[in-house]
Design a binder for this molecule. Sequence first.
Ligand SMILES: Nc1ncnc2c1ncn2[C@@H]1O[C@H](COP(=O)(O)OP(=O)(O)O)[C@@H](O)[C@H]1O
Ligand SMILES: [Mg+2]
Length: 170
Amino acid sequence: MKTQKKRIGVYPGSFDPLTNGHLDIIIRASKLFDLLIVGVLKNDSKKALFTMDERVEHIRKCTKGMENVKVEMFEGLLVDFVKQKGADTIVRGLRAVSDYEYELQMAMLNKHMSQETDTIFFMTDIHNSFLSSSVIKDIAQHGGNIHGLVPEEIVDDIYAKMKGIKTAKL
Ligand SMILES: Nc1ncnc2c1ncn2[C@@H]1O[C@H](COP(=O)(O)OP(=O)(O)O)[C@@H](O)[C@H]1O
Ligand SMILES: [Mg+2]
């Protein structure tokens, strides 16, 4: 009997920090694969608020009960990470038309570099369509309410980070 190849997908991103929009994509995408790897990109040209370890830890905490979801960091080309993991599908999310051009370019570049790798897109849930890591940081920085916008497990950590930054600036 031929055993079927395990289906592995990679959901890459900055996740600085994880939002309910990201988590929703993780939950929905995890249903399509035997294993979904959330890949946290170490990108030196994009200044992050949270460290790699913090971002990985946030996602691990929020996906604890999800047995086929793994969280890892990666550097370098996404297509190399995808191949290294034995995956053939990249998962991305689309919020608005404004995401489309960049995502199309990335999907095409990745296809060009690796013919066997496809990118699939999940449309945002309408309740998350206005969420991005940047708006979360803006709201939290000014003491606004981020409950309901990011997973409850990481709310305190986000506020604590903002407080730390403000104190450091004094
Ligand atoms: N609210 C949301 N709903 C659906 N998808 C989202 C949402 N926010 C971000 N995404 C998607 O999640 C992926 C990772 O986003 P992000 O953490 O900003 O990393 P990147 O630096 O790669 O853009 C992207 O495909 C992005 O479009
Ligand atoms: Mg982004």
